[in-house]
Ligand binder design. Structure first.
Ligand SMILES: Nc1ncnc2c1ncn2[C@@H]1O[C@H](COP(=O)(O)OP(=O)(O)O[C@H]2O[C@H](CO)[C@@H](O)[C@H](O)[C@H]2O)[C@@H](O)[C@H]1O
Length: 473
């Protein structure tokens, strides 16, 4: 079976967030002697493409409205990613030093059209086309409706929603950018009077998945306008919990962290990594260290931080370290808070993959007060690195973290999206931290939890098999 994943991001080539982690790991776990799982992504002008060599093996043009645009398909010369990867190079639109921009309608339409044009030239077209998020959301529509892609009509498409907040909306004025289709079916593109790639994917893909079972349920009542659509398409929707790449996220071999460690020398390893972080960020290693890694946006509950951090700072019982960037209204107060709070609170505003690994390794607790969390990978990395997650029970966080008040609980959960609720959770965490025997026992328990992709990769394979060979009851 040949599976094609189509995505805007893939770790380690281009990563903005969790989408990259998933697309960079799932194909690796799906590949066997019988299954070939490949990735097609845009060719960007970034660190990865600057430091690796590629060869071009296909060139052609696409038609984007009235424009004729050149594209190439490249592969990596020394590929040690664990799966085949192809790069669609549209020099005029995609070869930029960023992944997303305000011209994404044209950019990702060009990507999807070039991808399908090139796939159409294959002798054996793939068995499954698996698209991720709205940037690839028009692919299931085009496979089903566009005259020139008739060959794809019988090929099952799967669409995974990593985040339904972003839908890729654009005006019907641009419908001419999409290759010719029977205009009677233009309604498949529409939701609420605009072209909505996420909605089109939900309507046209053979199956729709979300990245956790709870998020699937939540979408029926909160999906940024698509609640009705998701409820009516519920029969073809299923939640499959993300996994993590345990080869990348391995405390024993992680090349990014200061000191490698394992369950056997957990205390020594965590202490050394915490000492490294505290030295680098001028924090007190004797106090419990609370960290946040992620986008500073409402979705992640980051707007609660300024108020919550002020209380935690005033209490002087903990240190705080933040890594991220995002909305200026949230980011600015968090930067302003740095002044006068040296030694207690520090932040790295920006994106730093290596630092994120060091934080998972060196922090005592990871904060995730998310309003919305389709799955969340950070809590799974944190568990694997022996860092206790403090989460708002929502979406994938609800599916992966159990509160310490339960018999086998190992995390700290809160329900409300308020600074007070977060501070209360932090105080419960400090209490746990001070009960060293219990805290260490929990750290050992969480490091042993298996969140690798093995199980979910198999769930996806079973789903593909089921679509290809449906069982009629
Ligand atoms: N400033 C920074 N520096 C370095 N690394 C940083 C960083 N900010 C974030 N990261 C890293 O980016 C990833 C974020 O993963 P999430 O699952 O939290 O993300 P996101 O909201 O992007 O993804 C969406 O897709 C994923 C995948 O399906 C879902 O888990 C999630 O709920 C959904 O919102 C993690 O690997 C994290 O370490």
């Amino acid at each position: 079976m040949t599976i094609i994943h189509i995505s805007a991001e893939c770790y380690p080539v281009a990563k903005v967030g969790g989408l990259a982690d998933v697309v960079g790991a799932l194909p690796k776990y799906q590949s066997t002697d019988e299954i070939s799982s490949k990735v097609i992504m845009p060719f960007y002008d970034n660190k990865f493409t600057k430091t690796h060599s590629f060869h071009k093996f296909y060139s052609s043009n696409i038609k984007l409205g009235s424009d004729i645009i050149e594209f190439n398909v490249l592969t990596l010369n020394d590929n040690n990613l664990g799966f085949d990867i192809f790069f669609v190079d549209v020099p005029s639109l995609l070869f930029k030093d960023y992944v997303y921009s305000s011209e994404d309608t044209e950019r990702f339409l060009a990507f999807q059209i070039a991808t399908l044009d090139w796939l159409s030239t294959w002798n054996d077209i793939p068995d499954i086309v698996h698209c991720h998020d709205h940037h690839t959301g028009l692919t299931p529509f085009m496979m089903r409706e566009c005259l020139k892609y008739e060959r794809f009509r019988e090929i099952p498409s799967i669409f995974t929603i990593h985040n339904a907040q972003y839908q890729g909306w654009f005006s019907h004025d641009k419908v001419g950018l999409i290759p010719e289709f029977n205009f009677d079916n233009v309604g498949l593109l529409d939701w609420g009077g605009t072209i909505n790639p996420l909605a089109a994917a939900i309507k046209c893909a053979w199956r729709v998945t979300t990245v956790s079972p709870s998020y699937m349920e939540e979408l029926k009542t909160a999906a940024n306008g698509l609640e009705g659509l998701l409820s009516s398409e519920a029969d073809k929707c299923v939640g499959v919990l993300n996994g993590i790449d345990t080869a990348v996220w391995n405390t024993e071999t992680d090349p990014f962290i200061d000191t490698n460690y394992s369950l056997k020398n957990l205390v020594k390893g965590k202490t050394a990594n915490k000492a490294y972080l505290c030295k680098r960020f001028n924090l007190d290693p004797k106090k419990p260290l609370f960290a946040f890694i992620g986008r500073l946006v409402l979705e992640k509950g980051a707007d609660l931080f300024p108020e919550a951090f002020k209380t935690i700072i005033k209490d002087k019982k903990a240190s705080i370290l933040l890594l991220g960037s995002g909305n200026p209204e949230i980011q600015n107060p968090l930067e302003e808070l740095l002044e006068g709070n040296e030694g207690i609170y520090n932040a790295f505003i920006g994106y730093d993959e290596a630092l994120s690994h060091n934080i998972y390794a060196g922090a005592d607790f990871l904060l995730m007060p998310s309003r919305v969390e389709p799955c969340g990978l950070n809590q799974m990395y944190s568990l694997r690195y022996g860092t206790v997650p403090i989460v708002r029970s929502i979406g994938g966080l609800k599916d992966t973290v159990t509160d310490i008040s339960d018999a086998n609980g190992f995390g700290i959960c809160h329900q409300e999206i308020t600074a007070a609720s977060m501070v209360n959770a932090v105080n419960r965490a400090i209490e746990l931290y001070n009960d060293k025997a219990r805290y260490r026992k929990i750290q050992r328990r969480i490091m042993a939890i298996d969140h690798s992709w093995n199980k979910s990769a198999e769930t996806y394979i079973n789903l593909y098999e089921l679509i290809k060979h449906p069982i009629n009851d």
